[in-house]
Ligand binder design. Sequence first.
Ligand code: HEC
Length: 127
Amino acid sequence: MIITATRHSNHAASLCENTEPTIRLVLRFAVLLVTILLLTAACSSVDPNATAPEVFEQTCARCHGISMAGGTGPALGPGSAAETKPDESLLSAITNGRARMPSFRNQLSEPQIRGLVQYIRTVQGDG
Ligand code: HEC
């Protein structure tokens, strides 16, 4: 058996011979890109009318636990290290991210982030 590796067609070259498929390809990429951007935007924005507990549940609870007892992320509630830290430190962690915690600068507005810190203080006070 003889295996011959022939490369008769060069894809890049054949695309350039005729501009129409090239344009179609570019358009297809553009549509794909726009779709991805729209999906990303839809997933990353948090309802601006959501209350702080709702934002926490949707955005933070998967790592910090719904009652802030901790999980992937540290506890934030009563008796936690976060309780002893100033508001600015918590604001900075949420806004800029810290270690394995992602930044929420692009998903949450500043008032939403301040609302979360207030909510964390409320939960800490409950303990
Ligand atoms: C992907 C998991 C993850 C998500 C989602 C997440 N965090 Fe975190 N968070 C962490 C980790 C891990 C740390 C610890 C970072 C470090 O090592 O300093 C942390 C740290 C913090 C701290 C600082 C705690 C301290 O003791 O200084 C605060 C405050 C905080 N997160 C609040 C939030 C809030 C509010 C949200 C939702 C907007 C959120 N986190 C979403 C994982 C997460």
